[in-house]
Design a protein around this ligand. Structure first.
Ligand code: GDP
Length: 318
């Protein structure tokens, strides 16, 4: 799906989110496993306060498994339930369903104490454009699930997919807008295809990618583009782009390297997972929020952090 991010568009998306999030008990937040930080929007924490929350890292099939495990732990330390998935398959459905049960049992207990019995809990999928919201809903809800009709008190036209007698999923996902202020976040979003790359020149973007890959995944680069030659990395990224163009015979008439086609190749190979399983980020080393907000820290300090962890679907549902 293509999105253009005009201020008006963002305001509308935000309003829809705010309106819909008020109707649900559980938020299933999607983040791209290749850029778990850049593809999250910090506003989600405020927007989904007091809701149970499950974090699903999509496109884990394209991401570096070791880094995915590190991120999973990083998010779990915040007190959230986390699953890394290929959203196109149903392989992780059981795990996520089990998480939903956990998250919901806490809510159900609260309902019971207030005398509310038999009300199905409602969930909503949220995430930035292209993170895999529709794909996930299709896999998770499956074809068999019946859509429920309009209900009193619900804005006309909203469709709920009944997953079982206890849980309904809003069929329209909530769109979060990515953050653009940070240059590196913009680059990460453009590299993974979350935002239109016209925002950054294709060539500039491919040089950024080559810089990163030389630093963090050099052997994937040589294996992919020069298995025989064994390049001596790191080198200047423009020089590397030239070498890739030559190795792949991407030349213009006259024998000059065709930088445009070489850039596109490098970007497409990355996006399609052909360069290898790559994650562009690592968890922040000293995240004050994690330190202060983790259930462990809260228990240790006896602070309100534990309540926060419970509100995001963590501790209380254990
Ligand atoms: P939405 O805008 O958040 O609803 O994103 P979509 O569900 O339309 O997915 C955007 C693109 O990512 C589509 O081409 C999907 O096939 C692809 N996609 C979604 N989830 C995954 C995943 O887990 N792995 C891979 N490899 N591709 C995915």
């Amino acid at each position: 799906m293509d999105y253009q991010w005009y201020p008006g568009h963002m305001t509308k998306a935000r309003r829809m989110m705010e309106e819909n999030i008020g109707l649900v008990d559980l938020v299933i937040e999607l983040t791209d496993a290749r850029i778990p930080m850049s593809s999250r929007n910090p506003d989600i924490d405020k927007l989904s306060a007091n809701k149970a929350r499950i974090l699903v890292m999509t496109k884990a099939d394209l991401a570096d498994p070791a880094r995915t495990a590190t991120f999973q732990k990083y998010f779990e330390d915040k007190g959230w339930m986390v699953a890394a998935v290929d959203a196109r398959t149903r392989k992780s459905n059981d795990k996520i369903r089990a998480y939903v049960e956990k998250a919901c049992s806490a809510k159900r207990e609260r309902d019971k104490r207030r005398g509310i019995v038999g009300r199905p809990l409602r969930a909503m999928v949220v995430g930035i454009p292209n993170v895999g919201k529709s794909t996930f809903i299709n896999s998770f809800a499956g074809k068999a699930s019946a859509k429920t009709g309009n209900k009193p008190g619900v804005t006309r036209g909203k469709q709920w997919i009944r997953l079982n007698k206890n849980l309904e999923l809003l069929d329209t996902p909530g769109i979060l807008w990515p953050r653009f202020e940070d240059r590196q976040v913009g680059i990460n979003l453009a590299l993974t295809g979350a935002i239109r790359q016209e925002l950054l020149e294709e060539q500039e973007l491919s040089l950024e990618l080559l810089n990163f890959l030389q630093r963090e995944y050099p052997s994937l680069l040589t294996d992919k583009y020069a298995p025989e030659e064994k390049w001596d990395l790191p080198m200047d990224s423009a020089e590397l782009l030239t070498k890739i163009a030559e190795a792949r015979k991407l030349l213009r008439t006259g024998g000059e390297p065709d930088y445009q086609r070489a850039s596109k190749l490098v970007l497409d190979d990355f996006r399609n997972g052909k360069t290898g399983r790559i994650t562009l980020e690592t968890p922040p080393a000293d995240d004050p929020e994690t330190a202060a907000g983790s259930p462990e820290a809260a228990r240790a300090q006896g602070t309100a952090g534990g309540a926060k962890a419970a509100a995001t679907g963590g501790e209380e549902s254990e």
